[in-house]
Ligand binder design. Structure first.
Ligand code: ADP
Ligand code: MG
Length: 512
């Protein structure tokens, strides 16, 4: 007789199932790794199609059912949050650590021994990685940006985009960069204006093209009169009654405008609609007004102009107004004009305008720029970069095999060797995705690292093993370290599970 209503699966079966599920997650993104990785086409339930090469984006868009798959996908999320890049690497490394563990399990090594071996291995791996650090100058930071963009749509214009990355990261944290995308022009038109963008054009032609001593009213809502609900009939019996009604409406709109202008505002931004009559009134009073601004745009403006976003015009007070030295309209040929705020009190925000021929490309470039700005910022903040192309992984693997494993000895050393083998999944996959032989390439790589050549990695274009620093393939050290750390933590978590207990849906009591 069953004691609980849960279904239970135990021990070796549970572990093997979980390890198999991890492989499925990794297989979803494996072919995207590296500059020669391929793209995936994602179609969501609403019919929207995204074409991307970005591991985290792909995994986010799959509806994972397996609980362990969900846990593994979290590795990508952590990696993205902490390091902006390296998501695919973290996932395939997690899966590979588990695959190697399965082989040890098959040979009779206990999961606990593997866990201990992996934990020792990651400590030594991190220590060895620190020894490979290079302090980046601006040139290397440019290479970091370019490396993050290889293999994405951004690649063709990466010299230009990498420079933009450095510019904006100089001014702002990547999260505070306000990005606007514009379609219909070449990627090379992308630029970083010196100021904060107001993403919408002014509502009325007669509004000034430039404003000095800017005072901004930021309203998350409407500036119009509330309509009557549906089904309400308004009976106006004569022309004068109708006229009176209109007058009343205008008086109310005027009251709104006068309140805002009275506080000293000369720019009014709203996230929703603005009554056209009100826009005209603002224009007459030399006040600039823009409607339907994106909430994220308003937040960026509030942050840099030291303003407060209010939900209705009645709530607006003088101290809520943001300020800036100047606001100017910018006109780009063939594009709707937009406005720029200069000399804002808080200088740690920046804007980026991404131009692309189509919306699809614009979004992919945006994702690539998000990664690139992130890694440049990280490399700058931490002051440590390493050569890429599998170089650090091969070097660490060699150190673990030759130094750490013999030192630790016993069965644990088998796990350390397995860890080393797993790290080499990075160059192996890079080779595979480039149509090269993973085995031949790996052997050549291992051989190249025998001497004092820790920076040798795989040139996926020529199929040769070269110094990746000279090749300009550079990554923040933190990306490599975090991928190893979170992959190990997740693999350990999976290895410590010996039961899968699936709870039944709780029965909902009927409400009487
Ligand atoms: P992730 O999601 O892990 O960042 P990517 O597709 O961006 O996946 O691939 C990153 C890997 O590709 C890193 O190991 C990086 O060193 C390597 N890589 C990037 N550019 C090159 C290059 N030009 N040659 C060889 N390897 C490269
Ligand atoms: Mg990447």
């Amino acid at each position: 007789m069953s004691v609980t209503d849960a279904s239970q699966q135990s021990s070796e079966t549970a572990l093997s199932i979980n390890i198999a599920h991890a492989q499925v997650v990794a297989d979803t993104v494996r072919s995207t790794l590296g500059p020669k990785g391929l793209d995936k086409m994602l179609a969501d339930a609403g019919g929207r199609v995204t074409i991307t090469n970005d591991g985290a984006t792909i995994l986010r868009n799959v509806n994972w059912v397996s609980p362990i798959a969900k846990k593994i996908v979290e590795v990508a999320r952590t990696q993205e949050e902490q390091c902006y890049d390296g998501t695919t690497t973290a996932i395939i490394l997690t899966a590979e650590l588990l695959k190697q563990a399965q082989m040890l399990l098959d040979r009779g090594v206990h999961p606990t021994t593997i866990v201990e071996g992996y934990r020792a291995a990651v400590l030594h791996a991190k220590e060895h990685l620190n020894g490979l650090a290079i302090v980046p100058d601006d040139d290397l930071l440019l290479q970091v940006a370019k490396t993050a963009m290889t293999g994405k749509s951004a690649e063709g214009e990466r010299d230009h985009l990498a420079k933009l990355c450095l510019e904006v990261v100089d001014a702002s944290r990547p999260e505070s960069v306000h990005i606007m995308t514009r379609t219909g022009s070449p990627i090379s038109d992308s630029f970083s204006p010196n100021g904060i963008v107001i993403g919408r054009q002014k509502m009325h032609n007669a509004m000034p093209k430039s404003v000095d001593d800017v005072k901004l009213a930021l309203i998350d809502g409407n500036l119009e009169l509330e309509g009557f609900g549906s089904g309400v009939n308004l009976n106006l019996n004569s022309y004068s009654e109708a006229e009176e009604y209109r007058e009343g409406q205008r008086a109310k709109l005027k009251e709104m405008a006068d309140h805002i202008i009275g506080l000293g505002a000369n720019i009014v931004l709203t996230t929703k609609n603005v009554d056209p009559w009100l826009a005209e009134y603002f224009a007459k009073k030399n006040v600039v007004c823009a409607r339907r601004c994106a909430a994220s745009n308003l937040e960026a403006i509030a942050e840099s102009c030291d303003g407060l976003i209010v939900s209705g015009w009645e709530d607006l007070e003088e101290e809520d107004l943001g300020s800036a030295g100047k606001c100017e309209e910018v006109i780009q040929e063939g594009q709707p004009p937009f406005m720029l705020l200069h000399d804002t009190p808080t200088a740690n925000t920046a804007s980026l305008i991404i131009c692309a021929p189509t919306e699809e490309v614009a979004h992919e470039i945006r994702r690539a720029m998000d990664d690139a700005m992130g890694v440049v910022w990280l490399a700058k903040k931490e002051g440590e970069v390493v050569a890429g192309g599998g170089a650090p992984q091969v070097d660490i693997a060699m150190h673990l095999r030759n130094t750490t494993a013999p030192m630790v000895g016993g069965r644990e050393s088998l796990a350390i060797e397995a860890f080393a083998e797993a790290l080499e999944i990075v160059p192996r996959t890079l080779a595979e995705n480039a149509g090269l032989s993973p085995i031949d390439m790996l052997m050549e790589l291992r051989q190249s690292h025998v001497g004092d050549s820790a920076r040798f990695g795989l040139n996926v274009y020529s199929g040769s093993v070269v110094d990746m620093a000279e090749e300009g393939v550079i990554e923040p050290l933190r990306v490599v370290r975090q991928a190893m750390e979170s992959a190990t933590e997740t693999a350990v978590m999976v290895l410590r599970i010996d039961d899968i207990i699936t709870a039944k849906e709780p029965e909902i009591e009927e409400l009487v």
